[in-house]
Design a protein around this ligand. Sequence first.
Ligand SMILES: NC(=O)c1ccc[n+]([C@@H]2O[C@H](COP(=O)([O-])OP(=O)(O)OC[C@H]3O[C@@H](n4cnc5c(N)ncnc54)[C@H](OP(=O)(O)O)[C@@H]3O)[C@@H](O)[C@H]2O)c1
Length: 285
Amino acid sequence: MKKLVNIILLIAVIYYASRLIYYMECQDLPKVAIPKDRKAIVVGATSGIGRQVAKELAKEGYTVGLIGRRLSLLNSLKKEIPTKTYIKQLDVSKMDATRDDLKAFIKEMGGLDLMFISVTAQGDIGAMKSTAKLGWEQVKKLVEVDVNGFWVCAHVAIKQFENQGYGHLAGVSSILKINGAIAAPEYSGAKAFVGRYLDGIRNRMMKNKMPIYVTEVIPRPVDVERQKYSDEKDLFWVTTKEDAAKQIVQAIRHKRKDVYISRRWRLIAWLMTVTPDWLYRKVFP
Ligand SMILES: NC(=O)c1ccc[n+]([C@@H]2O[C@H](COP(=O)([O-])OP(=O)(O)OC[C@H]3O[C@@H](n4cnc5c(N)ncnc54)[C@H](OP(=O)(O)O)[C@@H]3O)[C@@H](O)[C@H]2O)c1
């Protein structure tokens, strides 16, 4: 028992030391005056985590740009938000058009301070117990939205931030990025891409001493319109989208490197990281 406590203490010390080092690195970055009228774009604002985060950002005073394909939901969200909002109907899987449209949208909004990307094709392809049972078009869609769509939005944001010399990119991955998920290798692969890509951009910005912050949001089950995870017997520690959005916006405010939704999932993430493949295969379906 004492050994276990010591191991947990050691992990906690390493974790807090790395957070402190990251905080000190951030303090070394050049300071820029943040404009009073901050502008954020939320990609995937029509439903789920993105919709709720858009509302929270508006509460923080951001002017928000809302992006998704379902125009009626963009319009209904616009009505719910008291601050200035812009909307853009976009299918992010169409990469070249998305690049051009996003650049024009940023111009229309008069700049960009924060880009929050919360997209997945899961709503289109249905409850995803196993991608092995999905057809070519469905799995292709997952890759086109969760990898390509994510990347093109992040890329446009980073180019904008590099040109203006500051900014904040936040993107949603998943705890399923840690191990190669048996049921959905394409999904866990897509989320591993998101996580690694954000790490790489953060490393590049820190190395180049640019005050461009990158936050990775790593959720486990969050109840959303397309799926009520709290109704599923084998799932635990399910978060509401309202709580998730509050935690995400708090992490963005503090320029955190990453945030688990909810926070206690970090413990499980540590366990998953040290779980050997043979044990993972035994435990997970
Ligand atoms: N909820 C969870 O438990 C959970 C857990 C781990 C990770 N995540 C991750 O969290 C993020 C948000 O998920 P969510 O649960 O909030 O899902 P959601 O409610 O289904 O939201 C997905 C959003 O993506 C947008 N989208 C999908 N395809 C698009 C396309 N081709 N072009 C533009 N927008 C598109 C949808 O808008 P339109 O359909 O209107 O286009 C919607 O606004 C995703 O990255 C997901 O993988 C969620």
